[in-house]
Design a protein around this ligand. Sequence first.
Ligand code: HXC
Length: 258
Amino acid sequence: MQYADLLIENHGKVVVIRLNRPKAMNALNDNMMNELGDALYKFDADPSVNVIVLTGSEKVFAAGADIAAMANYTYADTYPGNYIGRNWEHILNVRKPVIGVVAGYALGGGCELAMMCDMLIAADSAKFGQPEIKVGVTPGAGGTQRLPRTIGKYKAMDMLLTCRMIDAAEAERNGLVSRVFPADKVMEEALAIANSIAGMSVSVAMAIKDSVNRAFETTLTEGVRYERRYFHAGFGTEAQKEGMSAFLEKRAPNFEGK
Ligand code: HXC
């Protein structure tokens, strides 16, 4: 399927979704978010895809929600129709790993969308910020919630209250990104990481994602019980038989279809 505001590339068992509104710095409007939801659900259900990469261009991941589109909205245009809530969080329902790759700006809703990914790979050109206060609103897609849980209250307050952007090195120091690569190498490196995950058992990768996300929604004791259920269930899978046999036979595992 062709999308107006997204580009899709296939790399083996990895699919790359590119946000693509270059004239508006990839500002995230309703159409793009509807298309993103459609693409994410489609690839999550596609057995030929194990890992999804979400990225923008070399210059910008996304400069936020589309200010031009929302500037004249009233409360009645937002609350009753659930603006943002209606189409921004499909990514949270995706069960396969989603790797965000950020080059250039990830601002406002762009930073919030990046924080909904499971891993974040940054180019050294990346800049993260939550400048909503400058346009007279609070964040609306989890910025005040995911940022403090990720980088801590005091670093988060600094970004949210002062609009200060942080670069890739600071983001990595603060735990906001998983790894940083030179801008001209970042996609190649991200695809290598994505392909290495895609070569594992997709069901184990999905269980790990589910367990890690559970850590943010429950107590430690309940989270560990949750993880242990997956661990025990693993002994009923072909992935466990293949992985452990391969280790003992000193060969590479083949998790194809497992
Ligand atoms: C609509 C945007 C936009 C945005 C950029 N553009 N960001 N349009 N919504 N969020 C448009 C500009 O209007 C301009 O259009 C074109 O993209 C190029 O932008 P420039 O500003 O000319 O480029 P540059 O000088 O390189 O500056 C880049 C920038 C700046 C630093 C990213 O554009 C910027 O500060 N953007 C806004 C960032 C922001 O405030 N984000 C938070 C939005 S609120 P024309 O037609 O003039 O060429 C938000 C709420 C989230 O995200 C809550 C719910 C999710």
